[in-house]
Design a protein around this ligand. Structure first.
Ligand code: PMP
Length: 297
């Protein structure tokens, strides 16, 4: 359950009970998937609550709205302040925030005339890290960048994610891996992908993916730890020779991949660069020191 009768959200200029907030059945967002959103995590840091990369997330929300030509006028500063207020009003520390920009009733296919902001939050009880995942190459491709602004986080894009994720689950896998329109590895339904091969980390280049904030953080970590990273287009065949691999995203954090299409990644996670990156990510979100500073072999 995402909310109960006491949960408070920010909605349309006010803090209101989630159970009492109402949205419109005639909105463009509901009918056409014309809404933009973010997924953000807050963590306990000392005695405080800190929203990880709040500025990057809210800059992306504003950028997504701008690409969709929505009249969304909040500043990043305002959005961050409101988010902390939602956490405070609910007494949340370890939480997931879901801001969404919705458009007003309008059945036409022209741009949104008016939009509303909701900031929802729920406590994060999954803890850090899911189990390692067995993934399969999806029969669905990521949305064509010639048809969508795929670098924006738009609700409608997620129909593609649902199709791919459910297909993988129906086939007995934990998650899907989607290719881009040229047949190269793109990303998961809600996460970016990395793999390790002979001491080098690889990830798909930008252009056909949602370039995640976690992906950017992983690149930052690799730079700090002196780990070589190559951003390029690669095939699933190349990826199947990887030593180790992970998915990363705000919600997934850094999660180990056990196999792709039943081909296992052989390196012991604890001895892999991927495992080190996972540790470093955890340390970063919790603002704790990372004891390892040197590149491992
Ligand atoms: N790709 C897709 C399709 C996603 O939905 C997400 C989650 N937002 C990501 C990648 C990872 O992005 P981030 O690290 O910014 O959460």
């Amino acid at each position: 359950m995402y909310y109960n009768e006491n949960t408070i959200i920010y909605f349309n200029g006010q803090f209101v009970k989630a159970a009492e907030a109402k949205t419109d059945l005639y909105s463009q967002s509901l009918h056409y998937g014309y809404a933009v959103f973010e997924g953000i995590r807050s963590y306990p840091v000392g005695n405080d609550t800190k929203i990880f990369k709040a500025e990057a997330h809210y800059n992306r929300l504003r950028y997504s709205a701008e690409l969709m030509k929505m009249p969304f006028n909040y500043s990043t500063e305002q959005l961050i302040k409101l988010s902390y207020e939602v956490l405070k009003q609910n007494n949340f520390t370890d939480a997931y925030l879901r801001p969404i920009v919705l458009c007003s009733p309008n059945m036409s296919l022209s741009k949104g005339k008016e939009c509303f902001l909701a900031i929802e939050a729920w406590e994060w009880t999954n803890g850090y890290l899911a189990n390692k995942m067995r993934i399969m190459t999806s029969s669905y491709r990521r949305p064509n960048p010639a048809g969508f602004h795929i670098e924006a986080k738009v609700s409608g894009h997620y129909v593609n994610s649902i199709l791919a994720c459910q297909e993988a689950k129906d086939a007995g896998y934990d998650e899907a891996l989607l290719l881009d329109n040229d047949g190269f590895v793109a990303e998961g339904p809600g996460a970016n992908i990395f793999y390790e091969k002979d001491g080098i980390i690889y990830t798909p280049a930008k252009g056909n993916i949602l370039p995640g904030i976690t992906r950017a953080t992983v690149l930052e970590i690799c730079n700090e730890l002196n780990i070589s990273v190559v951003e390029k287009h690669f095939t699933t065949e190349e990826m199947k020779s990887a030593d180790a691999a992970f998915y990363c995203g705000t919600a997934a954090e850094v999660v180990e991949l056990a196999s792709l299409d039943e081909v296992s990644f052989p390196k012991k996670w604890e001895e892999s660069l991927c495992g080190l990156i996972q540790k470093a990510y955890k340390a970063k979100v919790l603002e704790q020191p990372l004891n390892v500073t040197k590149k491992v072999a």
